[in-house]
Design a protein around this ligand. Structure first.
Ligand SMILES: [Zn+2]
Length: 306
């Protein structure tokens, strides 16, 4: 129950996609996915920027992106207010997308930048993105080729049942805000850095992921404390320790070490792409406590681990 009941939701920022048209085995992203660890990593926070197709073969024309898709669009019509966002996962995604975008649109001019509106495609089963087939095997991701976030409607259940995150609202909101962190990185020209430097706890790829965790934390602070310009109320109610625990449980659940241990019984830091549970929690908290974009520069520190 974290949204203020009377905030207004804008469903135009979210499109429906999916409906299973991609069929089984539609995981085409990158072509280099092999082995259970990589597959599970992909499942958790979607596509590594380093796994993106480099040529034109994976690109769909903009009009194709939603081909064949349907999460029942009438479901969106029920998403009108913060009270709806507190009731339904779908409306909560929409409310979070609204809040995150309103925040960055207001924040970036302080840095002489302008936020470019970034849609979310909420799909069920599978849908086409310019980065390949999005499916519930991939998990939420940001596609820089069509500048959209993709979220599978069933992901939040996977997050709690398979990865042990709690099912609290802030855990879900953190996931959405993390993906919008990648959109911001793209707009700031940082996302390409992820492709340099391979894997491992201090790799560029991990630093990009931890920065996105920190940016999610920055949003969390503002969304719970700063009134929205349009409505005069913050999107989120003041956060409790339990809310923060919820976000941290999600950050922890998707740490590379936790996932590897669950999948293979051992931890191989050299193959990390997203960071350890501890570092993901650390960077989320850093953003949440400071509320300051500049405190999220994971490339400015010698080590991103504690
Ligand atoms: Zn990510």
């Amino acid at each position: 129950m974290s949204f203020n009941d009377d905030v207004t939701l804008d469903t135009s920022q979210v499109r429906s996609g999916g409906g299973g048209s991609g069929g089984p085995g539609g995981l085409v992203v990158g072509g280099g996915l092999g082995g259970i660890v990589v597959l599970i990593l992909a499942l958790v926070f979607g596509i590594d920027p380093s796994q993106l197709p480099t040529g034109g073969s994976g690109q769909a024309a903009p009009g194709q992106v939603q081909a064949g898709g349907e999460v029942d669009p009438t479901a969106f019509q029920e998403c009108r207010t913060g009270a709806d966002a507190n009731r339904s996962d779908t409306c909560r995604v929409i409310g979070t997308v609204n809040s995150v975008q309103a925040f960055w649109a207001g924040e970036l001019p302080r840095y002489k930048r302008e936020w470019q509106e970034t849609p979310t495609v909420l799909y069920s089963g599978a849908t086409q993105s310019a980065c390949g087939t999005a499916s519930n095997q991939v998990g939420p991701f940001y596609c820089p080729l069509d500048k959209s976030v993709y979220i599978d409607a069933s992901f939040f259940q996977v997050l709690s049942t398979q990865f042990g995150a709690d099912d609290g609202a802030l855990a879900q909101e953190y996931v959405v805000a993390h993906e919008y962190g990648h959109a911001l990185q793209d707009q700031l020209g940082l996302l390409g850095k992820a492709q340099q430097g391979g894997t491992g706890p201090e790799s560029n790829g991990v630093r990009i992921e931890l920065m996105a965790d920190c940016l999610a934390g920055v949003w969390t602070q503002h969304a719970s404390q700063v009134p929205d310009e349009d409505t005069g109320t913050p999107f989120l109610k003041p956060l409790t320790d339990a809310d923060i625990e919820s976000a941290l449980s999600a950050a922890s659940a998707v740490g590379d070490d936790r996932i590897q241990e669950a999948a293979t019984g051992r931890v191989s830091p050299e193959s990390w792409t997203h960071g350890s549970s501890a570092s993901r929690q650390k960077w989320f908290l850093q953003g949440y406590r400071t509320g300051d974009l500049n405190q999220c520069d994971t490339f400015a520190v010698a080590s991103v681990e504690s």
